[in-house]
Structures are given as C-alpha cells and as structure tokens.
Unconditional design. Structure first.
Length: 375
C-alpha cells in the first residue's frame, strides 16, 4: 500500500477509511513547490471560449453579483473583491489533465473536473457548502479558509449565490502554494483571498437519485415493449361518464407492471450516463483523415491515447465511451481495459487487437476521441 505525498503521506486506503465523506483533512505541501499551470492571462483567455464554463463573482461593498461567461472583459487586476471561476480546465490543458490523473485513486466514474479560481485580494464566493467531495489545492498566493461542520445549511434568500445564512467558524487555515484542503460533502466553508491568489478545485460527481431516476426512465423508454392496444370488449353502460373506471385502471396497471429491468440494463445505463461528456464538450477531428491501413501502421508505431475530453469506463463485457456502449469479445477485453485504465495503449499492444477493435479505434480517432501517440 503506497503512501501518497498528495494525501499527507498516508495511504489511499487510510484516507478513504478515515476521511472520505467523513471529515476534513489539511495537507501541508501536498505538492511541494507547486507552481500555477496557467497564468491569470491564460485563464482569462480560456474564459473567452464558448465551450468553456466560466463565472465571474464580485463582492463590491455589500453587493454580491454573479455573471456567466464567456467574458470579453474583466474587472481590473488591481481591483479588490472579485473572483473568476473556470470549470473543466483539465479538458483544455495537458498539465491540468495530468494533475487530475493524480486523483485517480478515486474511480473515474466519480471524478469530475478541475476548476481554477482566480481571485483578487479579499475575493471569494461567500460561505457555502458543496454537495460533493472537493480537494482545494493552493496554486498561487494565499487563501484563508474558514470551515465548519455545522448542520444548519439554510441559505440567504434572494441572493445570486448560495450563501449560508448562519455561518459559524470552527477552524481556520491559511493555505500557501502546494497546500491542499480536502472537504467532504455539505461541509460549510469560506475561502477569502489574501492578496491575489489561485486555487485549484478537484471536484467529484455526485448526481442526485432523482436525476439518476429520471435519466434511467428515459433510457428505458427505448427498450420497453408492450404489444397490443387498450380494448374493453366487455364494457358496460356508464352511469358516471366523467369517472375513470376501475376496470380501465386495473387493466392499464397490469400492463405497465409487465415492464422489467435487469442488472444488465442498470449496468449499461450507468456506464453510458457516467461516461457522457458535458453539453459544452466538443471533440475536434484530426486535420488529416487516415485510411484504416494507414491508421493501423501509425498506431502500431506510436500507440494511441485517449483525448483529454474522453471518458471511458468498463464493466464485465461492456465498454462505455463518451455516452456510448458496446459489448466486447473475451479476447478484446484486455487491450480495451488497459486503454481505459492507463488512458494509453502501447503500439505493440495495438498490433495484437482484433480487426473489429482496430476499426473501432480508427473510428474513435476520426471522431477526435483518440489520439495517435501523444499528438
């Protein structure tokens, strides 16, 4: 069991047993000597893109304001009290993606994205709580974190942000570059910039059961088969024309109760649901299209790797990628499992895959889901 500096030199097993979903963990120098991966100007440029989710939050005087990007103009860098939040930076930047990979001791099905928060002096988003686990890595400057395990999570009404009405500070820390704070879901916290600062937030997916249930019903709509049509050959004259009759209710209820779903249905649904990219994610096809033969030759030399934006999962005989699923043969399972876990497949292994898998890899390359080598 390897210890991770990232977790304060404790093992992932101990972290998950003692802290995950349970209590905060302050890790001094989780990444010693950490430097920002992007400058503030590069982050601001990213926030001008349509396919990047960004927000601008200001607290000037007693007034809170939030705007959604893309942004063509920001407040002056020297003006206090504002914050720029840029989501999914790992989808657009190699080094940010590499940082995310360090958190894969948590399953990919739960790992969400890397958000970068840039704040000028006194900037923040107010005392709040998240519905998911989060690691807060200080990248530049200092941020003062105040946290609380309070059960009162009521919010101030009429605000553009979800700000806690009654925030009671229990602990306080100042984080320096390389320091990291883990917080479990629903743990109240407030981060305030001490001078200009950047904080990297690694968040996790925690969909509500309501959202999962609604999505599952939509998924099942494509596979439901209820043959026949409603009929009532034994209908009696109606004494109350506007009343729904018992016979009709029971007949329809009986037909609907024939709908069944299996563990395979749940597996396929969950794999497609959790690998589905967010709506603002777009893939870019390669500038030059390759024939299957040319692709096979290049892949055998260079290997292949998943695009930063690709989400790939598997379970048993099923493979899921970017919201799609397919069944794999036993001999094809090993290389695709390696590709999903390592996010790369060496050329010598590409040379061993079946013609079906090779054709699939070629299609993924054409769609921008897969890259040759490290292109």
């Amino acid at each position: 069991m390897n210890k991770l500096t990232l977790l304060g030199n404790i093992t992932p097993q101990r972290f998950l047993r003692e802290y995950w979903h349970k209590k905060p963990l302050l890790i001094r120098q989780a990444i010693p000597g950490f430097k920002p991966l992007l400058t503030r100007e590069q982050l601001a440029e990213l926030a001008t893109h349509d396919d990047v989710e960004s927000r601008l939050i200001s607290h000037f005087g007693a007034h809170w304001e939030m705007r959604s990007g893309p942004f063509t103009e920001l407040p002056p860098w020297e003006k206090k009290g504002w914050t720029m939040l840029v989501q999914g930076v790992n989808l657009h930047h190699d080094a940010a993606d590499a940082l995310m990979q360090q958190f894969r001791f948590i399953p990919d099905a739960r790992l969400d994205d890397l958000m970068i928060s840039y704040a000028t002096d006194t900037g923040g988003v107010g005392p709040h709580f998240d519905s998911y686990d989060v690691f807060l890595l200080q990248a530049h400057g200092q941020r003062r974190w105040r946290i609380s395990a309070q059960k009162d999570l009521s919010l101030i009404e009429g605000m553009p942000l979800k700000i806690l009405k009654n925030f009671h500070v229990e602990q306080e820390f100042i984080l320096e570059p390389g320091d990291m704070l883990y917080l479990p879901p629903h743990f109240a916290h407030d981060g305030i910039a001490v001078g200009e600062c950047m904080t990297y937030s690694v968040g996790f997916r925690a969909p509500s059961y309501q959202e999962i249930g609604e999505s599952f019903l939509q998924f099942m709509a494509d596979s439901i088969e209820l043959p026949g049509r409603y009929a009532d050959p034994d209908l009696s004259p109606s004494r109350h024309p506007a009343e729904l009759g018992n016979a009709m209710l029971e007949h329809v209820a009986g037909e609907i109760s024939k709908i069944r779903f299996t563990r395979d249905d749940i597996t396929i649904f969950l794999g497609e649901y959790l690998s589905e990219p967010k709506p603002n994610v777009f893939f870019e096809s390669p500038t030059r299209s390759l024939s299957l033969k040319r692709f096979a030759q290049a892949a055998a030399r260079q290997g292949v790797s998943l695009s930063r934006k690709t989400r790939m999962l598997y379970r048993g005989k099923y493979v899921f990628i970017n919201g799609e699923s397919f069944t794999v043969k036993r001999e094809d399972k090993a290389p695709l499992t390696i590709l999903a876990n390592e996010r790369r497949l060496e050329g010598k292994l590409v040379s061993t895959v079946s013609s079906d898998v090779l054709e699939t890899l070629c299609t993924w390359h054409e769609d921008g889901w897969l890259k040759l080598g490290q292109e």
